[in-house]
Write a protein that binds this ligand. Structure first.
Ligand SMILES: CC(C)(COP(=O)(O)OP(=O)(O)OC[C@H]1O[C@@H](n2cnc3c(N)ncnc32)[C@H](O)[C@@H]1OP(=O)(O)O)[C@@H](O)C(=O)NCCC(=O)NCCS
Length: 331
């Protein structure tokens, strides 16, 4: 049975059951990944950016036990779905029933298409392809084991930035006076990678950035920022963002690293990413590794990541499907 579910008001027992199911799935599909903890897990599921909506569903058996979970995040142009079924309940069409609930809602909300991020080497690939989803974009997840970092060499990288630039560290988010420039740098970089499906909310102006930082904090995701400031013009020349989730504090997520085009060629990306690792080591004692996602064509960043010690891990794919076509296949 599939029913709509609100994690914001659900009982603590249900939140725990969903967490247990998620950890079974992680252990089965991506056993190298750390399990999730019951810290701000409700908030992680329930909170969205202002103006965005996430609808969730649970699949349960006759005794009420959770078998699977799905959600649909309504972004401006696309509905983004997440779907997972406990290993012991697979191949019994639980995933199909959850997908049907998601697809019906996406149609009701007027979405033409839905997108999903799928981890390479998991059964999700065959599942979504069997419903006509097409792969639109491929990224590589890369992993840096902090235990293997050569900190002496990293110190040289952190110092190796052109003259006239200052590096600043801002735990919690960039300072207010830089919001507009920060958002502009992010928007310019986003527009430059037009190929992906934009399945994650973006921060294209100062207001959105403010809302996005508040949302991160409310979901238990702590942002760390390192900036390169061009001293003569007092503008942002580069930025790098890492988030440490309260739910999974041993693994940090590297978000954007951006070099503003006018400031390329001064070693900015390498220096700010290296500095970030020093700051993380000091601020997050539980941290074991950092994961990041890169498009295979982003060669400059791949080179910097390789120098820092990131190693390719798994492929992550973005799939999308036309909603009308999907509903037809689900009948
Ligand atoms: C993808 C997933 C949701 C499918 O759930 P499910 O309940 O097993 O799917 P269904 O039984 O509804 O399968 C529907 C169709 O998908 C295809 N399919 C599903 N799993 C498949 C597999 N392992 N191999 C081949 N085809 C598969 C089949 O065509 C199947 O139809 P059939 O059984 O009639 O042949 C489930 O495997 C899952 O949760 N995967 C992991 C999710 C994830 O992202 N994990 C990692 C991050 S936490």
């Amino acid at each position: 049975m599939v029913r709509e579910w609100d994690p914001g008001t659900a009982s603590a027992a249900e939140i725990e059951a969903v967490l247990r199911a998620l950890n079974e799935i992680v252990a089965f599909d991506v056993p190298e990944d750390p399990p999730w903890r019951d810290v701000k897990f409700r908030e992680y599921l329930a909170v969205t950016m202002p103006g965005e909506r996430r609808t969730s569903w649970l699949a349960v058996d006759e005794s009420g036990e959770v078998l699977g979970h799905a959600s649909l995040l309504a972004l401006e142009e696309i509905g983004v779905l997440e779907l997972s079924v406990r290993p012991a309940a697979r191949r019994g069409h639980v995933g199909t029933a959850l997908l049907a609930a998601v697809a019906r809602r996406a149609a009701e909300e007027g979405f033409e298409s839905v997108g999903v991020e799928v981890i390479g080497g998991t059964p999700s690939i065959k599942f979504f392809e069997s419903f006509g989803f097409e792969c639109a974009f491929i990224e590589q997840r890369n992993l840096l084991d902090l235990g293997g970092v050569d900190w002496l060499r990293l110190g040289e990288m952190a110092a190796g930035i052109g003259a006239g630039y200052r590096v600043e560290y801002h735990p919690g988010g960039p300072p207010e006076q830089h919001y507009a420039a920060y958002a502009a740098a992010k928007e310019a970089a986003r527009a430059a990678v037009a190929a992906d499906l934009e399945l994650r909310p973006s921060s294209y102006d100062a207001e959105r950035l403010r809302a996005s930082l508040a949302t991160l904090h409310a979901r238990g995701l702590k942002p760390y920022i390192v900036l390169a400031v061009h001293e003569a013009s007092d503008t942002i020349a580069g930025l790098t963002e890492v988030v440490v989730p309260a739910q999974r504090p041993t693994r940090a997520d590297q978000y954007d690293t951006i070099e503003v085009p006018a400031h390329r060629g001064y070693g900015i990306s390498r220096a700010i990413k290296a500095r970030m690792l020093f700051e993380l080591r000091a601020a997050e004692p539980h941290l074991l590794d950092v994961q990041t996602w890169n498009a295979t064509e982003n060669e400059p960043l791949l080179k910097v990541n390789a120098e820092l010690g990131f190693k390719p891990d798994r492929e992550w794919r973005e799939y999308d499907a036309d909603v009308v076509d999907l509903l037809r296949r689900l009948k």
